[in-house]
Design a protein. Structure first.
Length: 145
């Protein structure tokens, strides 16, 4: 019985080495055949966008005591703003000055907010924030009530 197990282990090891060597040779020959097969950079990597996005409220890593907040900020005039949170999503249109505001619902705990602004010409800008909804550490104003 021990002899059969040893033969099976050695056969499996040899087969694994043969397969690994085959993959090595195949990848090496493909690299020699197509040496410049690196992917071209995508257009999203170009930082030449003139679209701007500034978030006024809430601040990053803010702790709030309510289950909804108003996200306010500025962007290019007449842009469309999309806000995606852990529990909710909202859209808003920027006015002629670029100001926008949107109400967003929060889950208890940590909420990641992704705010994207899209101009009429198709350019985009993005900001990411983290907001924590906690009733445990309410601000001093709500404790007085």
């Amino acid at each position: 019985m021990k002899k059969e197990v040893l033969v099976a282990i050695l056969a499996g090891f040899a087969l694994g080495l043969i397969i690994t060597f085959g993959f090595y040779r195949a990848s090496r020959s493909l690299k020699q055949k197509f040496p410049d097969a690196t992917p071209a950079p995508t257009q999203t990597e170009t930082p030449s966008s003139s679209q701007t996005l500034t978030i006024k409220e809430p601040t990053n890593e803010a702790v709030v005591a309510t289950d909804s907040i108003v996200v306010t900020g500025t962007t290019s005039p007449n842009s469309l703003v999309a806000i995606v949170a852990t529990a909710d999503a909202a859209a808003a249109a920027a006015d002629e000055l670029g100001n926008f505001a949107a109400d967003i619902e929060l889950d208890a705990g940590i909420n990641d907010l992704i705010i994207q602004a899209f101009s009429t010409s198709g350019e985009a800008a993005q900001e990411e924030l983290t907001v924590v909804f906690s009733t445990q550490f309410a601000p001093a104003e709500t404790e007085k009530e």
